[in-house]
Design a protein around this ligand. Structure first.
Ligand code: NAD
Ligand code: TYD
Length: 336
């Protein structure tokens, strides 16, 4: 199978490419990525010379690039990761979220429709369900109540993608994963930000009371779930992809500090995120029954591996934290 991946230079897309190429899941993989602040070709150094892999720099909102690529490459499947992905950035500036997540997805769907691709996996998030009161868990029929510009743009793109199945029979599958963590995650998200600040003995900003709950999914478990639905999922369906553990943020951060031998006094309460979702929770029964996939990496193992990776790869973190990151950090955290 020839596969086009969008956003393959980011955190999850690069994990998918590294895994797919090392385990020879497909005949060839083309990666279309704009290389925004979150895209980093260093994440793909291990595969850049693989004959089955090709990188193309380009914007998914640019119909001429996307159409030409589909004509030239004739991919049988598209795995669509490319997105603006961070809630805090969507609060500071929602415009790019509308452009890439909605208009970019629309451009890609249109191109896929005219090229006649055989599978289109639209990679989405459990955040489209919004905050969920305990003890409920969202299944795929749960109402969509996105709270942030990020999650609203993802919910909109999910609906658009599904409409292409209903209307044009484009073979779309939507996946909705919980919070991912693992190596190469940009240090704007909770886990890599806390590890990297702790390694530098900087304060760890805890939003509000820090008792918000997230369901943590190791990134390779997520990639294997996407491969499972690509092979064995049904067209027009939505699949939730949950992790192995629900934890309040404070507990996650305390575990990080304990493993690094750093004091809890580094944690600093800061003002809460506007519209902050209190709890995400979902059930993955459907994908488990349909494909046999299951999250296999226990949080204890995944977080240990992740912390160790950041400890060993501080040069990577230093490089991605230069320039734009500094101004983002100041905009999001100063005076909070
Ligand atoms: P990321 O921010 O690390 O990477 C996004 C990638 O997309 C980058 O390489 C960036 O350069 C590229 N990109 C952005 N705009 C583009 C455009 N207009 N054209 C082409 N490329 C563009 O994101 P991630 O964490 O790897 O997330 C990947 C996907 O998974 C997203 O769709 C996200 O909504 C979804 N998701 C993420 C999580 C999570 O916890 N990170 C959980 C569930 C779902
Ligand atoms: P994040 O990694 O941004 O993922 P999401 O908001 O998409 O779930 O944040 C995870 C949780 O951590 C969320 O409840 C917000 C909280 N958080 C902090 O308390 N401090 C921070 O500096 C960040 C980035 C997040």
């Amino acid at each position: 199978m020839r596969v086009l991946v969008t956003g393959g230079a980011g955190f999850i897309g690069s994990a998918f490419l590294r895994l797919a190429l090392s385990e020879r899941w497909f005949d060839s993989l083309v990666n279309l990525d704009k290389l925004t602040y979150a895209g980093n070709l260093e994440n793909l150094a291990a595969v850049e010379h693989d004959a089955a892999y090709q990188f193309v720099q380009g914007d998914i909102c640019d119909a001429s690039i996307v159409n030409r690529l589909l004509e030239e490459q004739r991919p049988e499947a598209i795995v669509h990761f490319a997105a603006e992905s961070h809630v805090d950035r969507s609060i500071l500036g929602p415009g790019a979220f509308f452009e890439t997540n909605l208009r970019g997805t629309f451009t890609l769907l249109e191109a896929a429709r005219s090229a006649g691709v055989l599978r289109f996996v639209h990679v989405s998030t459990d955040e489209v369900y919004g905050s969920i009161d305990a003890p409920a868990e969202a299944d795929e029929a749960f109402p969509l109540r996105p709270s942030s510009p990020y999650s609203a743009s993802k919910a909109g793109s999910d609906l658009l993608a599904l409409s292409y199945f209903n209307t044009y029979r484009l073979p779309v599958i939507v996946t909705r994963a919980s919070n991912n963590y693992g190596p190469y995650q940009f240090p704007e998200k909770l886990i890599p930000l806390m590890i990297s600040n702790a390694l530098e003995n900087n304060t760890l900003p805890i939003y509000g009371d820090g008792m918000q709950v997230r369901d943590w999914l190791f990134v390779e478990d997520h990639c294997r779930a996407i491969q499972a639905v690509l092979e064995r999922g049904d067209e027009g369906e939505i699949y939730n992809i949950g992790g192995s553990r629900s934890l309040p943020n404070r507990e996650v951060v305390e575990r990080i500090l304990a493993r690094l031998g750093k004091p809890k006094s580094l944690m600093q309460t800061v003002s809460d995120r506007p519209g902050h979702d209190r709890r995400y929770a979902l059930t993955s029964d459907k994908i488990e029954q349909a494909t046999g996939w299951r999250a296999v990496v226990a949080f204890e193992d995944g977080i240990a591996l992740t912390i160790d990776w950041y400890q060993k790869n501080q040069a990577w973190t230093r490089r991605v934290k230069t320039g734009e990151y500094q101004s983002y950090y100041a905009r999001n955290y100063s005076g909070r």
